[in-house]
Ligand binder design. Structure first.
Ligand SMILES: C[S@@+](CC[C@H](N)C(=O)[O-])C[C@H]1O[C@@H](n2cnc3c(N)ncnc32)[C@H](O)[C@@H]1O
Length: 391
């Protein structure tokens, strides 16, 4: 389980709500202005079927829950941490008629399921991700249904307006406040009934790592989807992984670190973990395309990609190496627990390797926890830190 580390008490739609949140999630310690603006513009009618698309810890869906009788609100997110918190927040707010599921495809919903879609998009993931979300939602909307989207003018609002108009139907701006636009597009019968070809959001990343050539499948919404990240490369080129080692790659993305490690630990075991279902799907796809999915080790897959929050998918398992390129903007509430948990999941003489951009605070913490930490390598923008468990 995610251990909630923030409690947010806030008034939304004239109701006092309490949310639990955690480090690493969108607007972790307060209700975002964008969320508030979006919610204020949506006035459901009795019986509406609403999609809270990318629900995070659940503020939008929960705020709308009793805005009209007999609502059916589906809340989806691709991040397991968000889904777990949203489920807990639904219970704690007694938000009837709301359902939270881990999802990023919307394939589970029949066409024409919703008359309202609410999207406060993950702008940090880039325009492509948001365009894909709009395209995926289109066929799930009823004719005449409304798609609400909030975005900052400086962060792509105009391009989302164009995309909504082209994909859903004519979009208009409902409000302009503090640099944000809330937009609404009504699904038009003239827009095609099915989502267009989504393969345009897929990419192939080619790289040579430790003398071996790789081709990784990636897609919109996954970290560094068009090129191998410099930090990732530095980490792979630095790590000391031996043939019999057991290795975990925490925050695997599409899997470059774990897959390269699987070739170094040629008879060992490698677990790749990510909290995002899209990343796990593509890491698993790359395990298969590199023919690493067949062998087993002590009754478990030799190489596997699993969904999880840090180490919760491998309770009690100990490793020789913990490798991670943690999220860029991760603050101490993400990085410090990662170090603590890595220590507990390492064998004696096992090592934690982390690639980072800023590192003073983390290095201090690694020294505190492990009693040692050194700079294993550095490039212009990144450093690799390593600590060894000695007892
Ligand atoms: C900087 S990216 C690195 C991705 C990949 N390892 C690479 O180097 O290309 C960080 C990844 O960590 C994942 N992540 C963030 N917080 C996490 C958590 N608590 N548990 C598991 N994965 C997490 C993100 O979804 C993202 O895929």
């Amino acid at each position: 389980m995610v251990r909630p580390s923030y409690e947010i008490v806030s008034e939304l739609k004239q109701r006092r709500r309490t949310f639990h949140s955690a480090g690493g999630l969108f607007s972790k310690d307060k209700i975002a202005k964008s969320t508030r603006l979006l919610v204020d513009r949506i006035n459901p009618r009795p019986g509406d079927r609403i999609l809270d698309y990318g629900c995070g810890y659940g503020a939008v869906g929960i705020a709308l829950a009793d805005a009209a009788p007999d609502l059916d609100i589906q809340m989806v997110d691709s991040d397991i941490r968000a889904v777990r918190l949203a489920q807990e927040n639904v219970r704690r707010n007694h938000a009837e008629g709301t359902h939270v599921v881990l999802d990023h495809t919307l394939n589970r919903f029949p066409n024409g399921s919703f008359n309202t879609v609410a999207l406060n998009p993950p702008v940090d993931e880039g325009t492509e991700t948001i365009f894909e979300m709009i395209e995926r939602a289109q066929s799930k909307m009823r004719h005449g249904g409304n798609f609400f989207l909030v975005a900052k003018v400086r962060r792509g609002a105009k391009s989302y307006m164009r995309k909504l108009t082209e994909t859903i139907g004519p979009a208009k701006v409902l409000s302009r406040t503090g640099g944000y636009w809330v937009m609404r597009a009504e699904r038009s019968p003239v827009c095609p009934p099915d989502a267009v070809d989504l393969s345009r959001y897929e990419h192939l990343v080619e790289a040579e790592l430790r003398g071996r050539r790789y081709a990784f499948h990636t897609r919109a919404g996954i970290f560094s989807r068009k090129d191998l990240d410099d930090g990732t490369r530095l980490l792979i080129e630095t790590v000391d992984v031996r043939p019999r080692h057991t290795v975990i790659d925490v925050g695997c993305g599409y899997g470059p670190i774990g897959i390269a490690a699987a070739h170094l630990a040629s008879v060992g075991r490698v677990v790749m973990v990510d909290c995002d279902a899209r990343a796990v799907e593509y890491a698993a796809k790359n395990v298969r395309s590199h023919h690493l999915n067949h062998a087993r080790k002590n009754g478990k897959p030799r190489v596997e990609a699993v969904l999880g929050d840090r180490f919760d998918a491998v309770p009690g398992e100990r490793f020789d190496r913990v490798l991670s390129n943690p999220p860029f903007h991760a603050g101490s509430d993400v990085l410090l627990p990662l170090v603590d948990e890595a220590y507990r999941h390492l064998r004696v003489h096992g090592r934690l390797y982390l690639v980072l951009m800023r590192y003073t605070g983390v290095m201090k913490h690694m020294r505190r926890v492990f009693g040692n930490c050194r700079l294993a390598s550095e490039s212009e923008r990144h450093v690799v830190l390593v600590s060894e468990r000695t007892v």
